[in-house]
Design a binder for this molecule. Structure first.
Ligand SMILES: [Mg+2]
Length: 237
């Protein structure tokens, strides 16, 4: 298909972020963590869990940004153990809670797929673009995608930081993704909901990038889209 006048004419492949872009936890992370605490007799308000999760997840990401951003499956496992311990201190059996949560978020039924994902991926593929998933999630992402109706084909097209060895927004993550596509960075479009990991980081690595802003927090500006279908429509022209 001939594409023109969109600003994305040269794009030949799209790398979609997973969490917050394709899928979201349902029930929420806070509800699931509060449930794990409750099973051990500890009542924690979901609002408090949400606040602590944000704090500990963010702190871990900041530690990463100051360091080499290297990762693998065991580093991710330890990261989540640390986060769970920080969010739910004082549990009688912290290992049990961690394992329950690790297992929970590796199951497809812990996630919902946003309504616009399947039509957007369809539009991109019909236009002849390669579509990949690029994520800081770990190897559990494949089984999650495989179990969500309509997302199964994407399970075999994932680039996962724990397998590449670098987390987004490290340029080596994006380079690895482009190498696998056998395409140069400028013709690859990174799409996601995180301004640093999916947008700024990708641009620094030479890729094209677009931000999905489902909540309207960032507001309208070039390169920001309220959902995936409007992004896909702009890309395919
Ligand atoms: Mg995300």
């Amino acid at each position: 298909m001939e594409r023109s006048g969109t600003g994305y004419e040269g794009v030949r492949a799209v790398i979609l972020d997973a969490v917050g872009t394709l899928i979201d936890p349902a029930p929420s992370v806070a509800e699931v963590y509060a449930g794990a605490a409750r099973r051990q007799g500890l009542e924690v308000e979901t609002g408090e869990v949400r606040r602590r999760f944000k704090e500990h997840f963010r702190r871990d990401e900041l530690d990463d940004l100051r360091g080499p951003m290297v990762t693998d499956e065991s580093i991710e496992y330890r990261r989540w153990r640390r986060i769970v311990g920080g969010v739910l201190p004082g549990l009688a059996e912290p290992d049990r809670a961690f394992l329950e949560l690790w297992e929970h978020f590796g199951r497809p039924d812990a996630w919902r797929c946003f309504d616009d994902v399947i039509p957007a991926v369809g539009l991109l593929r019909e236009a002849g673009l390669a579509v990949r998933v690029g994520s800081n999630f770990d190897g559990r992402l494949r089984q999650v995608l495989r179990g969500l109706p309509g997302l199964e084909p994407l399970a075999d097209s994932v680039v996962i930081s724990s397998e590449v060895g670098y987390r987004k927004p490290h340029p080596s993550f994006y380079r690895a993704a482009c190498d696998r596509l056998e395409l140069p960075p400028p013709v690859v479009l990174s799409v996601g909901d995180d301004p640093e990991n999916d947008d700024a980081g990708a641009r620094r690595a030479g890729l094209s990038a677009a931000l999905i802003d489902r909540s309207g927090r960032v507001g309208p500006r070039p390169g920001v889209f309220p959902d995936l279908v409007s992004l896909a429509a702009a890309v395919v022209g």
